[in-house]
Design a protein around this ligand. Structure first.
Ligand code: NAD
Length: 257
């Protein structure tokens, strides 16, 4: 069967999820697995990636774990080669790997700034570049980047983080423009607050308030879940979403409109 023909290929696509070992990425992996896709769980945390891949297999879908630092071009290219060797050409890419933190602007060191850019922005670029050739060859592809509300509105003590996420949003729109005519959609989901280890670490360090306080500034009245993001991501990666591209699809309980 030729890959890339919508009618022939509604499930069982090859999906790569970076940062798949935790939080949003983990939920996204499960949602894509539930759609029948073969899921490659990419993460720098080998044990976490293996645990998520094993959980997905236990639920009856195909999954594999690949260790990668998305900021390292050689490692990214090797990881995508490993996925192709096991599952075939990459058809879906979701970039959730990211680092976050809070530092007063004047205290952000160049090293810290460069690390955020390397993981959040360059990592997104490297993975998209590693994946898109397969999608062009197939005439079908789905890319979803995970950005952040911080990239839409700015965020206190997150000059480095918000800059990377604003960059991801602009990068997503440009990729969408360049690949729309090739059957590839590119969209971004900018979460506000989702209950994940990243959020809990920020709460434990007192950078962010507890969920009950955050919930007061969210019109829906609650912090989001990984499933909120995973469900939207699965839709954006489906055939049904073929006319949705270049969009900033906020899944945030109305926190940013
Ligand atoms: N949780 C939130 O409220 C929230 C809000 C806005 C945006 N986001 C974004 O969502 C994404 C996922 O965040 P999360 O809350 O699930 O965080 P998380 O810390 O739970 O998961 C992030 C995963 O990325 C992996 N990772 C980090 N650096 C990596 C690297 N260099 N190479 C490969 N893997 C790497 C980590 O090992 C981890 O498994 C991030 O891009 C984050 O900025 C999260």
């Amino acid at each position: 069967m030729k890959p890339g023909t919508a009618q022939e290929h509604t499930t069982g696509r090859v999906a790569v999820v970076t940062g798949g070992g935790s939080g949003l990425g983990e939920s996204i992996c499960h949602h894509l697995g539930q759609q029948g896709h073969r899921v490659a769980v990419l993460d720098r945390d080998t044990e976490a990636a293996q645990r998520v891949a094993a959980d997905i297999r236990a639920q009856g879908a195909e999954a594999t774990a690949v260790t990668v630092d998305v900021a390292d071009q050689g490692a990214v290219n090797a990881a995508f080669t490993a996925v192709r060797d096991e599952f075939g050409p990459v058809e879906i890419l979701v970039t959730s790997a990211g680092v976050s933190g809070f530092t007063q602007f004047e205290d952000i060191t160049l090293n810290e700034w460069n690390r955020y850019i390397a993981v959040n922005l360059t990592g997104t670029f490297l993975c998209a570049q590693a994946a898109v050739g397969d999608m062009v060859a197939a005439g079908w592809g789905r890319i979803v980047t995970i950005s952040s509300a911080a990239g839409q509105t700015g965020a206190l003590r997150q000059g480095h983080y918000s800059a990377t996420k604003g960059g991801v949003i602009a990068f997503t729109k440009t990729l969408a423009l360049e690949y729309a005519a090739k059957g590839i959609t590119v969209n971004t989901i900018p979460p506000f607050t989702i209950d994940t280890p990243m959020l809990r670490a920020a709460q434990d360090a007192k950078h962010l308030p507890k969920a009950e306080y955050i919930s007061r500034v969210i019109p829906s009245g609650r912090v989001g879940s990984g499933d909120d993001i995973g469900a939207m991501c699965a839709y954006l990666c489906s055939d049904a979403a073929g006319y949705v591209t270049g969009q900033v699809i906020a899944v945030n309980g109305g926190a940013v409109m």
